[in-house]
Design a protein around this ligand. Structure first.
Ligand SMILES: NC(=O)c1ccc[n+]([C@@H]2O[C@H](COP(=O)([O-])OP(=O)(O)OC[C@H]3O[C@@H](n4cnc5c(N)ncnc54)[C@H](O)[C@@H]3O)[C@@H](O)[C@H]2O)c1
Length: 333
């Protein structure tokens, strides 16, 4: 295939449900990013993704074989595998000299995270943690306002993601029901999003993690609900609330930040600002954003310009560390 230096060619590893959103985002930017190879143990998943892409003939059931025989056909990989496979796929991609976009979590142990950090550094490739909710307008604007000092020193931040998942029965959870394949319970899956949002908004080293967990509704081995408290080096107190058993508490938001000079709170494309002394908040509405489209565009741009992505290996490790410490602290629930 002829190579246009402006187009990043990607091999998709794992053609299941979330890869549909990645591909849909890329299809909106055919001049910047294109999927040229597919890998999945299930041929029907590759068929489905190929149909979405308008036909991809390079297909593999083993990514090692793909790196061996089709290496020249792609510049990067997009890893959308079950959690326990992320680490080994990243290591193989780095050894092959490929840039990497990897779904959350980067891997499931800190030992593996350190090995990944060394491998990425040695290979000199771009690594991006697929933290799509950083592209949510409410998160983006809150970060901008915090950095601009518009609410003063940040004292407290809550980041939440809760919904009542319709799956309930164990067989519907597939690999997610199992502690090994999932790497934990709900916190390392949906709860991963509020965790990276919290770390992004506070931007200070974590010094303490406390947590309680429960399993109320879902037939999985891990927790389906977690409540986590984090103390940061700059003194900020953080809270994560996440659940597959109940919705976001009525009247609350995905992010809520209290600073010395005011509060910010909101979800998706809406952010409220309540300066100290005001009785009603000002509402900011932004156009809806496809966060997966923004994520894939950002990745393509970072690869083309050899730029560090918004979240890379270091942040992937930090998020994992909070989740593993929270899981350890909650033992015995
Ligand atoms: N960002 C988000 O909002 C979001 C949402 C859902 C899932 N995810 C993440 O995406 C990843 C995948 O989740 P999913 O819901 O798409 O799962 P999924 O089960 O739908 O897809 C995983 C795919 O990997 C394939 N696979 C399994 N073992 C393989 C192997 N050894 N080699 C090649 N392919 C293999 C499976 O056949 C399947 O098609 C997870 O990391 C998950 O946390 C992110």
């Amino acid at each position: 295939m002829a190579t246009n230096p402006g187009i990043v060619r990607v091999a998709l590893i794992g053609c299941g449900s979330i890869s549909r959103a990645h591909v849909a985002g890329a299809l909106k930017h055919p001049g910047k990013i294109r999927y040229t190879a597919l890998c999945d143990v299930l041929p029907e998943r590759m068929e489905e993704r190929s149909n979405q892409l308008g036909g991809v003939s390079l297909r593999f059931t083993d990514w090692k074989q793909m790196f061996k025989s089709a290496k020249k056909e792609f510049d990067a990989v997009d890893i959308c595998l079950p959690h326990h496979l992320h680490g080994s796929a990243i290591m193989d991609a780095a050894a092959a000299g490929k840039h990497i976009l990897c779904e959350k979590p980067m891997c499931t142990s800190l030992k593996q995270a350190d090995e990944i950090a060394a491998a990425i550094s040695k290979a000199g490739v771009i690594y991006m943690s697929a933290h799509n909710q950083l592209f949510m307008p409410a998160v983006h604007e809150a970060k901008r306002m915090i950095q601009a000092g518009e609410i003063g020193r940040v004292l407290w931040v809550r980041s939440a993601d809760c919904f009542r998942a319709p799956m309930i029965a164990r067989q519907n959870w597939g690999w997610r029901a199992n502690l090994i394949n999932q790497g934990g319970g709900e916190l390392i899956d949906t709860g991963y999003h509020p965790t990276y949002r919290l770390l992004y908004l506070v931007d200070s080293p974590v010094v303490e993690v406390r947590s309680v967990m429960g399993r109320y509704l879902q037939e999985i081995d891990g927790e389906d609900t977690a409540s986590v408290q984090v103390r940061f080096a700059n003194g900020t107190i953080g809270e994560i609330l996440t659940s597959w058993a109940f919705p976001l508490p009525y009247g609350t938001h995905q992010i809520h930040i209290i600073g010395e000079e005011g509060q910010l709170f909101g979800s998706d494309n809406i952010l409220y600002h309540l300066p100290v002394g005001w009785s009603e908040p000002a509402k900011k509405s932004f156009p809806q954003v496809d966060t997966f489209e923004q994520e894939i565009l950002h990745f393509a741009q970072c690869v083309r310009e050899r730029k560090r992505p918004i979240h890379s290996v270091q942040e992937g490790r930090s998020v994992l560390e909070v989740i593993l410490k929270a899981t350890e602290d909650a033992k015995g629930w």
